[in-house]
Design a protein around this ligand. Structure first.
Ligand code: BGC
Length: 811
């Protein structure tokens, strides 16, 4: 149990008393999108908040974000099945946050993998509440050990993205308590989290920012949460209802439903002053914890360790899941002369998913860099994309585009009035995925001018991200036009999933001056918009690229084939519509495996996909979105480093087998009528075999489960000790998993796990402590202990349980 950090409450009272009502209420809405207004009278500095789950980005979003450390995505972290690793990850992120002046990290995301189509699947940990809770606790303790607040989100029922602002999740009390609330409860009770984010959606008829039952009765009163409840960005829509329900902080600001309206509500007696004081006290308490009260009070400076990049690489290794291996892996460089590196993700490596979690990585190791380093210079590596499955192009890079005015890498942006006169101009670097555009009142049109240095002749592609009417002028060609407009006025949709259009034009190698005219969409309610530019070099048709890839595969001694998804396929604000890999990737795998049986397929994706060819390659490795160092980690695993990961979620054999597939609300309602039957519990209950079960993952060695002992009892908690032997010829890591197999119809469920390491032939003991709370069930009057006979089963995955014993009953 984390000891609650004590704060001098009398000191907070003095500071609170020094503030006027206006100052108090001003503090309760962001001063801008990412910071709170400082209050000199209370000695309160401005607090800075930042996303997020793959590392702190800093107080910005979109084009102008500074470079950051990009960690493996949360589904990879959960695949480590290791609370200590989660702690270390949180700690590294916390230290980085401190370094860039961030007080509050908007992570972790602990919603569950209810449907594999969920757009933020990659950003959540698992389909299992227990595994999610353990990773959550480790991560939060790590972040907060640095004096930075973690923010557990999104409380609660935000397990999918379709109509996320408005849907009503209907979740019965037992399911809430046993499945969706436990990660939040553990965050509060065990990890003493300092902030909670209230979700966009409703639960059982009330939107979460107004849900007094969950925010006040459960979170604050029952669990004793003494930190700050912050709204998800623009989730607060009312003044009184949200203020009295338990929401403490409205983000972003400075506008919003509180401000003067809340002052008026207090003055009219509709909102008691004590309610305001409680919120302010919570923010002051948060400020005390993160060292933002009186400059001197801050925790001392601890630098980010200089080996952070090699640690990030190890984290990605620990999360990698070896799903199958016929013996091709590890690759032995001494036996190879020529290796084919094939696949769309080999040339466009997916390091992260899309949405508010996104950061601009300081650098990215490419798969070719990683493999070259691991294999050495003597082995020839040929690279072929095979197919192009992406819906968007990569940002136009400064190596291709030059500002014709300054000669710097990038573009020249001219703002024109209605008569075509120049209002202002500026230089922009489109290397980020888009940049913000301020639409001043006199601005009617923008032109983007750039000199493209084309390295090849052929059909070039230039894409435009944003909304409006676009005209592309390329010398020697008729102008190309396109109009893309946003329907509705959802700014989050515009920022998180901006539309993109690709123009294609033939051009020969050399320099070409192009001009893009943009008449921005003006009927939207915001005075800013965004613009992004993408580019792609001439490439063959899928048919041509497939043929080239297959030829290269046939000529190689071994093939590394990388398929998967990208940050457009898996992104916030949209759910996926299919579990099939985009484009002709399945066909590519089939053809490459047929051309060369010595093929290792690496799937580079944050969420499960259906893999109809899973038995075809000699080896199958799941890399997730592994962050900036991930390609080195993949090469490490391919050449012999023990892959540490186990699946935190079930991989289905077919879409039809998925217990909860649809994320589409019906008449605004998402009915969680399946209760606790999500993920492996549903597969077990139905007797359906998945492609790869929950908990599955191979080691480079083999393990025997020799013995186990269960002490304690089912009512007061259990102590499980499992003896495992490394029966292979090398050292390895095993994740020993313990499941409760209840009597009756209830499916078995994870109750504990422990990772152990052992050298060749060594025997080790895994100890798993299962507290009483993990075993209890929600009854009509609250938590009750289990009665009746139960079995405890231990093994390598939910479908590979090696030993079984009766759970002791109280004597
Ligand atoms: C997301 C949050 C995020 C916030 C700030 C919202 O769209 O749901 O997870 O922290 O934006 O970027």
């Amino acid at each position: 149990m984390t000891r609650r950090q004590t704060v001098d409450e009398a000191d907070l009272t003095r500071r609170l008393d020094a503030m006027s009502l206006k100052e108090k209420v001003t503090l309760l809405t962001g001063g801008d999108a990412w910071t709170l207004t400082p209050v000199a009278a209370a000695g309160l500095a401005s607090l800075t908040l930042s996303d997020g789950p793959v590392g702190p980005r800093g107080p910005s979003f979109g084009g102008d974000t500074p470079p950051a450390l990009l960690f493996p995505s949360p589904s990879s972290l959960a695949a480590t099945w290791d609370e200590d690793t989660a702690y270390e990850t949180g700690r590294l992120m916390g230290l980085k946050a401190r370094e860039i002046g961030v007080h509050v990290l908007l992570a972790p995301t602990v919603n569950l993998h209810r449907s594999p189509l969920g757009g933020r699947h990659f950003e959540c940990y698992s389909e299992d509440p227990h595994l999610t809770a353990r990773v959550t606790v480790g991560f939060i303790r790590g972040v907060q050990s640095t004096g930075v607040a973690a923010t557990v989100k999104h409380f609660v029922g935000n397990d999918s993205e379709t109509q996320r602002m408005t849907y009503d999740a209907r979740i019965d009390e037992k399911t809430l308590r046993e499945v969706y609330l436990p990660p939040f409860e553990a965050a509060v009770r065990e990890a003493d989290v300092w902030a909670v984010m209230a979700a966009y959606n409703s639960v059982n008829g009330t939107t979460m920012t107004e849900n007094g039952r969950l925010l006040t009765e459960v979170l604050k009163q029952e669990w004793g949460f003494d930190g700050v409840v912050v709204s998800d960005w623009q989730a607060a829509r009312t003044t009184e209802a949200s203020a009295v329900a338990g929401l403490d902080l409205v983000m972003p600001g400075p506008d919003g439903p509180w401000g003067d309206a809340l002052i008026a509500a207090v003055e009219q007696g509709a909102v008691p002053p004590a309610v305001i004081d409680d919120k302010v006290r919570r923010i002051l308490r948060l400020a005390a914890r993160v060292g933002a009260l009186d400059e001197a009070a801050g925790p001392g400076h601890i630098p980010v360790p200089s080996n952070v990049r090699s640690r990030m690489r190890q984290l990605a290794v620990q999360g990698s899941v070896l799903l199958r291996n016929d013996g091709l892996l590890p690759l032995r460089p001494g036996t190879l002369r020529k290796v084919a590196l094939i696949g769309p993700n080999a040339v466009r490596f997916a390091t992260q998913g899309g949405g508010s979690a996104q950061v601009t990585p300081e650098h990215v190791v490419t798969p070719l860099d990683g493999l070259r380093r691991a294999l050495g210079e003597d082995i020839e590596i040929t690279v072929h994309p095979g197919v192009f499955p992406h819906t968007k192009l990569l940002p136009l890079d400064g190596g291709t585009a030059t500002d014709p005015v300054t000669g710097e890498p990038g573009v020249r942006l001219d703002y024109l009035d209605a008569d075509g006169n120049l209002v202002s101009d500026e230089h922009k670097d489109p290397a980020n995925w888009w940049f913000p555009i301020v639409l001043g009142p006199g601005v009617a049109e923008l032109t983007v001018r750039t000199r493209l240095g084309l390295r090849d002749s052929g059909t070039h592609r230039l894409s435009v991200i944003g909304t409006g009417h676009f005209t592309l002028r390329v010398p020697g060609h008729e102008p190309l036009t396109h109009e893309q407009l946003q329907e509705g006025d959802d700014i989050a949709a515009l920022l998180l999933n901006p539309p993109s259009h690709t123009f294609a034009f033939p051009a020969v190698r050399g320099e070409t001056d192009i001009m893009l005219s943009v008449r921005p969409q003006r009927n939207l309610p915001y005075p800013v918009t965004l613009l992004g530019l993408g580019y792609d070099v001439p490439r063959g048709t899928d048919e041509e690229e497939l043929e080239a890839a297959v030829t290269a595969a046939a000529e190689a001694d071994a093939v590394v084939l990388m398929v998967g998804s990208d940050s457009d396929t898996e992104a916030e604000n949209v759910d996926r519509t299919t579990l099939t890999l985009r484009g002709r990737q399945d066909e590519l795998v089939e053809q490459v495996c047929a051309a060369n049986p010595r093929t290792a397929v690496v799937v580079n994706a944050g969420s499960p996909f259906v893999l109809p060819w899973a038995e075809r390659p000699a080896a199958l490795l799941w890399s997730w979105f592994p962050g900036q160092e991930g390609a080195d980690a993949i090469a490490d695993v391919l050449t012999g480093t023990e892959p540490g990961g186990r699946l935190p979620t079930t991989f289905p054999a077919a879409e039809a087998d998925v217990p909860v597939l649809s994320t589409r609300p019906v008449d605004g309602t998402l009915d969680y009528s399946e209760g606790g039957l999500i993920g492996y519990r549903a597969y077990t209950a139905r007797g359906t075999a998945p492609l790869f079960p929950f908990g599955h993952g191979l080691s480079y060695t083999t393990w025997d489960y020799e013995d186990f002992a269960v002490t304690g009892d089912i009512e007061r908690g259990l102590s499980i000790r499992v003896t495992v032997r490394n029966t292979g010829g090398r050292a390895g890591r095993e994740v020993v998993q313990a499941y409760l197999d209840p009597a009756g119809d209830e499916p078995q469920r994870l109750i504990g796990f422990a990772a152990v390491e052992a050298g060749a032939s060594e025997v080790v003991m895994a100890s798993i402590t299962v507290p009483a709370e993990t075993l209890s069930i929600w009854g009509a009057a609250g938590w009750v202990p289990r009665t009746g006979p139960h079995r405890i089963r231990v093994g390598r995955s939910v479908a590979d349980l090696r030993l079984t014993a009766a759970a002791p009953r109280p004597s």
